[in-house]
Design a protein around this ligand. Structure first.
Ligand code: UGA
Length: 435
């Protein structure tokens, strides 16, 4: 089989590469010539563990290639995937679908023979029908079906998530389209992955409902963590105690500084808008969005409180800037709200992140960046852990203490044990645990 994948961002590049690993011939297309040149030269534009090796082996095997020419990519393709960006539209929070609809027009112009057009990007309910309408309008003679096939992979574990998913969701309404999609996911049938076929609308909504549910789950445990702090309970015990109930589940019950990244913040807001426009508001999600925004700001206050009520004239050492570990992605990272607030309160902020610093320097040029964790700590008044990179989990605490001016640690990811930190002589605060 042969497919074209339009868009070499996170979802497009990972999905295209993994489909080629499934044995399918994949041509990835992007308008950004510099990106395509990079990929042709074996360079990967994003940081994702294992992706470079997987791209290299599939390129070598002749199953994966890159081009800026959509017509060339579409030649002989049974399916074309749209995996372009759907950013938040400035002003109203709706998803901006101009790239998706632009791709639909171009596909229509180059299509020949029966083709399944698949939306892989996260797109609001109704987008698939509009893609079909655009293609029909552009090429009334086109022989095609539109499918929705949302992607559930996470940054940092993207390859495993794609290759061994909990399920695959496919909105496909004709037998012909379903058969093409079955062939593409043949490898997953072999490992008995549930494949859920639905209508276009249901599939589109499943993606938003899943992300929104997870964002709600995180927000719930974050608020329970705040309550734990007030009543002397330990949120880790509460998470475990409720998570062992199979109806609740253990995952996504880890408290922190509020969810970030390129998906949850954007998708929760977009679903709120869709629901309001449809006259069926999602009040829980509206509240989740509001709580999460306020939480990031509240985390700055928490740090200030740990520093004795003021950070004016103090130096705060920060480890971790990205929205989560194993990525260089800074989109909607908690650091982007917390660190400017500390600066506004008069602090000097020194920071280190293993992969996110290039991007962080563009977004927060006035921080003092250092090249390794320990260099960040020298003479600082407090250490703040913002992202749970593995290398921060096993810091040499004696060395940390001797480098800091005062042994103050604020761990917003709960990667240390309060009792251990007390023994090591730290004034330690974390999220939702007695310290
Ligand atoms: C998320 C979803 O998990 C994926 O299933 C989905 O495909 C993806 O969005 C998408 O729509 O493309 P991702 O944004 O890569 O994936 O990252 P997550 O691991 O879900 O983390 C999101 C945020 O929630 C991070 O800021 C993380 O620190 C936070 N989080 C996660 C918590 O605070 N607590 C948790 O227990 C879990």
């Amino acid at each position: 089989m042969r497919i074209a994948m339009i868009g070499t961002g996170y979802v497009g590049l990972v999905s295209g590469t993994c489909f080629s690993e499934f044995g399918i011939e994949v041509v990835c297309v992007d308008k950004d010539a510099a990106k395509i040149d990079m990929l042709k030269g074996g360079e990967i534009p994003i940081y994702e563990p294992g992706l470079d090796a997987l791209v290299a082996s599939n390129v070598k095997a002749g199953r994966l290639s890159f081009t800026t020419d959509l017509a060339e990519a579409m030649k002989g393709a049974q399916a074309v995937f749209i995996a372009v960006g759907t950013p938040s539209r400035r002003g109203d929070g709706h998803a901006d679908l101009s790239y998706v609809y632009g791709a639909a027009r171009e596909i229509a112009e180059t299509m020949s023979g029966y083709t399944v057009v698949v939306t892989k990007s996260t797109v609001p309910v109704g987008t698939g029908r509009e893609v079909a309408r655009i293609i029909k309008e552009t090429r009334p003679d086109a022989d095609f079906d539109v499918c929705s096939n949302p992607e559930f992979l996470r940054e940092g574990s993207a390859i495993n998530d794609f290759m061994r998913p909990d399920r695959v969701v496919i909105g496909a309404e004709s037998e012909r389209a379903q058969e093409v999609m079955r062939q593409l996911y043949r490898v997953l049938y072999l490992i008995e992955t549930p494949i859920v076929f639905t209508s276009l609308e249901s599939s589109e909504l499943i993606k938003y409902a899943a992300n929104t549910f997870l964002a709600t789950k995180i927000t719930f445990i974050n608020e329970i963590a705040d309550l734990c702090e007030k009543v002397g309970a330990d949120v880790h015990d509460v998470s475990r105690g409720i998570g062992l109930d199979g109806r609740i589940g253990k995952k996504f019950l880890h408290p922190g500084p509020g969810y970030g990244g390129s998906c949850f913040p954007k998708d929760t807001v977009a679903l709120v808008k869709t629901a309001q426009d449809s006259g069926s508001p999602l009040r829980i999600v509206e509240t989740v969005v509001d709580i999460n925004d306020k939480r990031k700001k509240a985390m700055a206050d928490k740090i200030i409180a740990a520093c004795g009520g003021s950070v004016a004239g103090k130096t705060i050492a920060v480890l971790g800037l990205t929205f989560k570990p194993n990525t260089d992605d800074m989109r909607d990272a908690a650091s982007l709200s917390i660190l400017p607030a500390l600066k506004a309160a008069g602090a000097t902020v020194r920071a280190y992140d293993p992969e996110g610093m290039d991007e962080a320097k563009k977004l927060m040029p006035d921080l003092d960046y250092r090249d390794d964790a320990y260099a960040t700590l020298e003479g600082a008044d407090a250490l703040v852990i913002l992202t749970e990179w593995n290398q921060f989990r096993s810091l040499d605490l004696g060395r940390v203490k001797s480098l800091l001016k005062a042994p103050v640690m604020v761990d917003l990811r709960n990667i240390y044990e309060p009792a251990e930190m007390a023994r090591a002589g730290f004034a330690y605060s974390c999220v939702g645990r007695p310290s």
